[in-house]
Design a protein around this ligand. Structure first.
Ligand code: ADE
Ligand code: ZN
Length: 336
């Protein structure tokens, strides 16, 4: 292992942008397909991997959603989250806030309860036996109608104690943040934290970022790097300490460019940017690989790598005492 990889391996890390359904590695996909008698059309890991080819958000989503058919029972959701959390723990991720997409499962006839209970049990067990703590963020699938989003939120509210926040993901084209203004207002009333994807280089990127920040009043932006195009919005996020959960390796798949220089520029301007994995089973990099590749491409110093994790622990939706403990652990590592 080179020096940079070794430094990143030991760094106490916080992952704030990972889709649990995006952690479905080919091996587990095949095992779940067999367990549930689902014909996915492939029989070997190599055949599954060969389907993981995309060059845009929509071509990625066209592979990603059908793969979810293998997830049927509460135990399947548990196993998926458990496998991710084991990898995260092995990379010294200390805390994770993970997304999931209940509408996609509910539309296949899987009850919300099976999804959330399976994921939640995995998070609880990992806290106890892997040393990685976590929480769940339910995402609204933005290319489905606003009524579907409202129904999903209603289905989730009886399990509100198992969910930390509400996010917005999937295909951004033609699906602006304000489409979901009512659902997000309701979630806020119910005490949920709010975040939204503003994917990289989308049509009307800046207007979508503006809506998310000013109309919906999100606490974080997922991706959001196009904010650099509008100095007023850069000031807005910097002054309010709003975090950006960037995903360099994912950016390369979706746009052909990691956006490393933009992420570094925002970091150096004092915006709370972070580096995360998004859909690691599909994009081939967990959080450590994202940090290493970003650091190489943008020539980040060690103290800038530490700052990325400091940002992440600062913008995480953690109680103050736990945040302070993680930050102390980080500072102690940084001090060598
Ligand atoms: N769902 C899973 N990954 C996503 C991404 N990168 N953007 C939007 N929706 C997603
Ligand atoms: Zn994402």
């Amino acid at each position: 292992m080179d020096d940079l990889s070794a430094f990143v391996a030991g760094l106490p890390k916080c992952e704030l942008h990972v889709h649990l359904e995006g952690t479905l590695e080919p091996e587990l996909k095949l095992a779940l397909a067999e367990r549930n008698g689902v014909d996915i059309g492939q029989r070997t890991v190599e055949e599954v991997r060969a389907t993981y080819r995309f060059d845009s958000l929509s071509s990625f989503l066209a592979v990603y959603y059908p793969a979810m058919d293998v997830l049927v029972t509460e135990q399947d959701f548990y196993d998926l989250a458990r496998a991710y959390l084991e990898r995260a723990a092995a990379q010294n991720v200390r805390y994770v806030e993970a997304f999931f997409d209940p509408q996609v499962h509910m539309n296949r006839g899987v009850p919300f309860e099976a999804v959330v209970r399976g994921y939640h049990r995995a998070v609880q067990d990992a806290d106890r036996d892997l040393g990685v703590a976590g929480a769940l963020i339910m995402c609204i699938v933005r290319d489905l109608p606003a009524e579907s989003a409202a129904q999903a939120l209603e289905a989730a509210l009886p399990f509100k104690d198992l969910i930390l926040g509400l996010g917005l993901d999937s295909d951004e084209r033609g699906n602006p943040p304000v489409k979901f203004a009512e659902v997000f207002a309701r979630a806020r009333e119910e005490g949920l934290h709010l975040t939204m994807h503003c994917d990289v280089d989308q049509e009307n990127s800046i207007e979508h970022i503006r809506q998310a920040l000013e109309d919906i009043r999100v606490e974080r932006l997922d991706h959001g790097t196009n904010v650099v195009e509008d100095p007023r919005l850069v000031r807005f996020v910097r002054e309010r300490g709003i975090g950006l959960t960037c995903c360099p390796i994912s950016n390369r798949f979706v746009t052909g460019d990691m956006k490393a220089d933009l992420i570094a520029r925002l970091l150096r301007e004092g915006v709370r940017v972070t580096a995360n994995s998004d859909d690691p089973a599909y994009f081939g990099g967990y959080v450590a690989e994202n940090l290493v590749e970003l650091a190489r491409a943008a020539e980040l110093t060690r103290s800038e790598l530490v700052q990325l994790e400091r940002n992440a622990f600062e913008i995480a939706w953690l109680p103050d005492d736990r945040r302070a403990r993680y930050l102390a652990e980080l500072e102690s590592y940084a001090a060598g």
